[in-house]
Ligand binder design. Structure first.
Ligand SMILES: Nc1ncnc2c1ncn2[C@@H]1O[C@H](COP(=O)(O)OP(=O)(O)OP(=O)(O)O)[C@@H](O)[C@H]1O
Ligand SMILES: O=C(O)C1=C[C@@H](O)[C@@H](O)[C@H](O)C1
Ligand SMILES: [Mg+2]
Length: 193
């Protein structure tokens, strides 16, 4: 029998639904497009010597096409269904570092399965900093394409509500990926179990 402590993080009882030792749980990164989930996830996986899984990349591999093409040919609804199936299954596994697509947490089932089975880390940037990421990502993010900055800001603000379900919020403004990963590892050290 494993021994572990109950712990409340961000007001949420991490062990409330499943008795999974915290050290075995997969770590899941959430946050708006371009905040750095893929970049930071990969770094943390290397530092913890865990597998890294980026759900967008896995879906692209399965369909043999970029997300933009999946949206254009099969539609967003199809993508969201696949994203839900993939993440729900993945969350039953342990010891991974997982970076979700920026819209995955829009689906309640995904929020619940991640919160119940994994440690969820929200990477946050304020809008003014995020704007600098826009040119880096616009080509490969169909949700942003054809929209004005005003419309994107509206989506950005609306999405903050869904990301508010998390175990840790990490402020990323003015920090390099390396500095953010150090901050995350410090937070994880405080978890017992
Ligand atoms: N801390 C950082 N400082 C500066 N640039 C960064 C930082 N983290 C990531 N980037 C850059 O921002 C861009 C977006 O990063 P990344 O692809 O990791 O975001 P994401 O959250 O995975 O986005 P998506 O949800 O669309 O998959 C990349 O060009 C990356 O190099
Ligand atoms: O925020 C979103 O809605 C998305 C983010 C990307 O990671 C991809 O999952 C896709 O482009 C949709
Ligand atoms: Mg990504």
């Amino acid at each position: 029998m494993s021994s572990y402590s109950f712990i409340y993080i961000g007001g949420y009882n991490v062990l409330s639904n499943h008795e999974i030792p915290l050290k075995k749980k997969s770590i899941v990164f959430i946050g708006f497009m371009g905040v750095g989930k893929t970049t930071i996830g990969e770094l943390i996986a290397n530092k913890l010597d865990r597998d890294f899984i980026d759900t967008d990349v896995e879906i692209e591999k399965e369909y043999q096409m970029p997300i933009t093409q999946i949206f254009n040919t099969l539609g967003e609804e199809h993508f969201r269904k696949k994203e839900k199936e993939f993440i729900t299954k993945l969350c039953q596994e342990r010891f991974h570092v997982i970076s979700l697509g920026g819209g995955a947490f829009l689906q309640e089932e995904i929020r619940n399965v991640c919160m119940d089975n994994c440690i969820v880390i929200y990477l946050h940037l304020p809008w003014d900093s995020w704007k600098n990421r826009f040119p880096l990502i616009i080509e490969s993010r169909p949700v942003l394409q054809g929209k004005s900055m005003g419309e994107i800001e509206e989506i950005f603000n609306k999405r903050q509500e869904v990301y508010s379900k998390n175990h840790f919020k990490i402020e990323c403004e003015h920090l390099s990926a390396e500095e953010i990963s150090t901050k995350i590892l410090e937070s994880l050290k405080n978890i017992k179990g």
